[in-house]
Design a protein around this ligand. Structure first.
Ligand code: 8YV
Length: 312
């Protein structure tokens, strides 16, 4: 008998086919009345397939008495009710490691784009502005001081990529790490005041909410650049918009926002910000690896009682 899985979000056709071959899949977003559908099927559902931006919240978990496993695509688990899952003995898995390089690549791309004004230059050429004027000078990327907020796997992968850019690197984390050659910064304020470019690679969730406050943005200053490939909630977005408008911050590269997919209209009018639609892990190759791991986690759980990459 196939186990019943609730799939909350659309995933790739390949993963859909893999799930269908192994499980009885309930595709929630395809149901006209998802509340009634869940009510009719809740007693059989033992697993959830979801993704980081959607997660699986308290309300959903409470409605599924037979739930035993949640497999999420992505590394961030702030939208999964982890305490509740743990209390109920529900295993939770994310997809770490397989997306690290891809996400770090986009971080570097955003840092390069916002300092060298590549996207803005592209718009300049397309508008035929080049026929009338020269493109303004931009800012060096190589040789700058880079502050990394959160030196986890992704932060480390960003740092490793800087080897060819002659960067001086400092970081903040919960404590100094003894296995990295970079300088630990005692505070975020100090890091922001020192750095030319600051990249946010910390986990999301309540613990990091508005970590990048107006004071931190101010400390980074008019010559400073801020890049976020973590979660929109980590930055005080209103303060960021104000600083970018008033040019008290030099520029920002943002892949994540406070209320996705909503992006403040004010940001869209500014030339000193690069905006991407939460696409850091969004390559064909990496998404395939992430989804393979979602499937492998579910399969392993139902075969051996253990997910491969547990959250706790
Ligand atoms: C998204 C991410 O999850 O891994 C994360 O936490 O934010 C991204 O990889 C992914 O884009 C959607 O599943």
């Amino acid at each position: 008998m196939k186990k019943h899985i609730l799939q909350i979000v659309e995933l790739s056709p390949k993963l859909d086919a893999q799930l269908d071959a192994e499980f009885h899949v309930h595709r929630l977003w395809q149901q006209a009345d998802s509340v009634a559908y869940l009510q009719d099927n809740k007693d059989q559902i033992e697993g959830i397939a979801t993704c980081a931006p959607v997660g699986a919240g308290e309300e959903l978990i409470s409605q599924l008495p037979a739930l035993k496993v949640i497999a999420s695509r992505g590394v961030g688990l702030e939208k999964v009710a982890l305490d509740q899952a743990q209390n109920k003995g529900i295993q939770v898995s994310a997809t770490p490691n397989v997306l690290t390089d891809c996400v770090a690549d986009l971080g570097v791309a955003l840092m390069l784009d916002v300092t060298r004004r590549i996207s803005a230059a592209d718009r300049f050429v397309r508008r035929n502005d080049w026929l009338a004027q020269k493109y303004p000078m931009t800012t060096d990327f190589n040789g700058k001081k880079l502050g990394i907020v959160g030196l986890g796997q992704i932060g480390r992968a960003v740092a490793a990529r800087m080897a060819g850019f002659n960067m001086c690197i400092r970081y903040v984390d919960r404590a100094a790490l003894d296995d990295v050659p970079y300088e630990f910064s005692p505070s975020l304020e100090e890091l922001a005041a020192w750095a030319d470019i600051m990249i946010v690679t910390v986990s999301g969730g309540p613990g990091s909410r508005h970590l990048i406050s107006s004071e931190i943005i101010e400390a980074l200053g008019p010559q400073g650049f801020l890049v976020n490939i973590s979660r929109g909630t980590v930055i005080d977005q209103d303060a960021l918009v104000t600083a970018l408008k008033n040019k008290t911050l030099g520029g920002a590269g943002l892949d994540v926002f406070a209320d996705e997919p909503q992006v403040p209209d004010e940001l869209k009018t500014l030339e000193n910000v690069v905006l991407t639609p939460h696409m850091a892990s969004g390559t064909v190759e990496t998404r395939e690896k992430m989804e393979d791991l979602v499937f492998a986690n579910l399969k392993a759980f139902f075969a051996d009682g253990k997910v491969l990459t547990p959250a706790f």
